[in-house]
Ligand binder design. Structure first.
Ligand SMILES: Nc1ncnc2c1ncn2[C@@H]1O[C@H](COP(=O)(O)OP(=O)(O)O)[C@@H](O)[C@H]1O
Ligand SMILES: [Mg+2]
Length: 254
């Protein structure tokens, strides 16, 4: 268990979400305390990305029931940028390309007023951004370059809660290590040093957990969080028995 404080940062209560005319999430309950990192597992098409995108506030995800409280404020109805200002950050599985905006400009915007030249130089060095920093965001970037670009934006933004959608997908081993180190730094608040940070990581393979410590794992199954436990134990159980059996497994703490 996490040694961090238990005050809840994110409280998702009985969340129902529809995409088009299909109900994807059917009563999700999730509490993430300050300083905790949670892992979200589940079969393809189960709604993991839907949950992340709904918290972030992307259009097309219709909340038909329940609440999403962040620092006590209900996010439902707030715009994406309002949620970002409250302290929510996201690393998308496939981040969009942005023609006409250079990576350097986006990092400066993400960093805000306190972000200076030396912070930029640190990020460029640490994430090997030299060949990308003056290019349009994600235009022609490789999988690894895209992830490093996203990590740079997030480190500059320093959100209180960061959502990662399959951070290891499409990334080779060298880049997973770099991404993992950046994630750990994000979640440990080493850059800005203002309080403890929280995270929610969607992963299929669990590879990223070789680089990032996580406190609690959940399995999203049948539109709900059906199982909860130690993340590595859950991944082991799923590897042996598949998702169907995992829901009835002995290690579940729900
Ligand atoms: N924008 C969308 N339009 C139509 N269907 C969608 C959209 N986003 C998600 N879905 C559907 O919602 C279900 C859950 O998808 P998703 O949240 O991406 O699952 P996961 O991330 O767990 O693989 C899938 O059946 C998917 O086809
Ligand atoms: Mg997904």
């Amino acid at each position: 268990m996490s040694a961090a404080s238990t005050s809840p940062l994110l409280q998702v209560e009985d969340l129902h979400v529809s995409v088009g005319d299909r109900e994807i999430l059917r009563g999700v309950d999730l509490v993430i305390a300050e300083g905790e990192t949670h892992v979200l597992l589940g079969p393809n098409g189960g709604g993991k990305t839907t949950l992340l995108n709904t918290i972030v506030g992307l259009p097309g995800y219709r909340v038909t029931g329940g609440r999403i409280l962040f620092k006590g404020t209900d996010l439902v109805g707030l715009e994406i940028d309002e949620r970002a200002r409250l302290g929510i950050g996201v690393a998308f599985q496939r981040p969009p390309a942005v023609r006409g905006i250079r990576l350097k400009q986006l990092i400066e915007v993400a960093g805000g007023d306190g972000f200076g030249e030396s912070d930029m130089a640190d990020l460029v060095g640490e994430l090997s951004l030299e060949k990308m920093i003056d290019r349009d965001v994600n235009m022609g970037f490789s999988g690894g370059e895209m992830k490093r670009s996203e990590m740079a934006q997030l480190l500059a933004q320093a959100p209180d809660l960061t959502l990662f959608d399959e951070p290891e997908s499409g990334v080779d081993l060298d880049n997973i290590a770099v991404v993992g180190v950046a994630m750990t730094r994000l979640l440990k608040a080493e850059r800005v040093g203002k309080g403890t940070r929280s995270g929610l990581i969607v992963t299929h393979t669990g590879h990223i957990l070789e680089y990032v410590n996580a406190d609690i794992g959940h399995v999203l199954y049948g539109g709900k969080l059906a199982c909860k436990g130690n993340p590595l134990d859950l991944i082991g159980e799923i590897g042996k028995h598949g998702y169907d059996k995992c829901v009835e497994c002995a290690i579940c703490q729900r």
